[in-house]
Design a protein around this ligand. Sequence first.
Ligand SMILES: NC(=O)c1ccc[n+]([C@@H]2O[C@H](COP(=O)([O-])OP(=O)(O)OC[C@H]3O[C@@H](n4cnc5c(N)ncnc54)[C@H](O)[C@@H]3O)[C@@H](O)[C@H]2O)c1
Length: 257
Amino acid sequence: MRLKDKVAIVTGGASGIGKAISAAYVREGAQVFVVDIDEQKGQAAASEIATNGKAISIRADVTSSASMEAMAREVDRKSGRIDILVNNVGVRIVKPFLEHSDADWNAMIQANLTGPFLCSRAVAPFMIRAGKGRIINTASIASFVGRPNRVAYVAAKTGLLGMTRAMAIDLGPMGITCNALAPGSINSPMNAAQAGDAEHDWGKETPMGRWGTPEDIANAAVFLALDESSYITGAELKVDGGWVSTKARAGELAEVR
Ligand SMILES: NC(=O)c1ccc[n+]([C@@H]2O[C@H](COP(=O)([O-])OP(=O)(O)OC[C@H]3O[C@@H](n4cnc5c(N)ncnc54)[C@H](O)[C@@H]3O)[C@@H](O)[C@H]2O)c1
């Protein structure tokens, strides 16, 4: 029980990686607020994770500052503290550069970059009041390298790293750490189509030779939330099976195996 009595907020907690992080935090003894725009999925996830009040669903929209402020106040009212915030909501549009509309661009920046800012700004005062806190931003391998047909997503996820570093500086003196977790190819609902496609197996592109699981990310999210991680801030932790570190030509990885 490495997070006993901690209170955590996980945005996008109804699905995939966020749901696995929420479940891992509850297993480690925390109370988790599953914050998601999809109320039904949020409630279903919370009751699947715990039935003893340890997982509570709140419907909120990370792209709205009013919604984020109301959510933070509600968590504080119910629990009296906020120790951990995981800014996990992410949305991905995949289409050619010239087909990205103004609305596509704005939606990517809103959900993937503005959202974590609005949520952190709403939650930070409660952490500052306590003199400590953990903020974890879910970045991506797309924060480190360009990816085809994802111009707005890549821009937003790269910006998230810069924001993480700047927040680490501004909030460090208040005892709050701020780090980024960068998942690689994870077999969450976001990648359902590709994960079931043996011919285009993204897992084979990694030295580890497999897709990542939401639990792989959850394990790293637990690590960054621990009291023992208090000297890690402004950092990026890739959980990608080595994908970003690998530059192999076609077939070369198979030769290693
Ligand atoms: N799956 C991957 O391979 C992968 C790789 C790299 C990075 N990531 C990042 O990991 C994070 C989680 O990805 P996932 O695959 O679990 O996604 P997912 O699509 O399974 O879940 C995202 C959740 O966010 C919620 N959501 C969307 N917009 C919202 C909003 N405005 N306000 C509140 N909730 C909202 C959705 O309802 C959904 O429950 C994202 O930030 C994603 O970019 C995922």
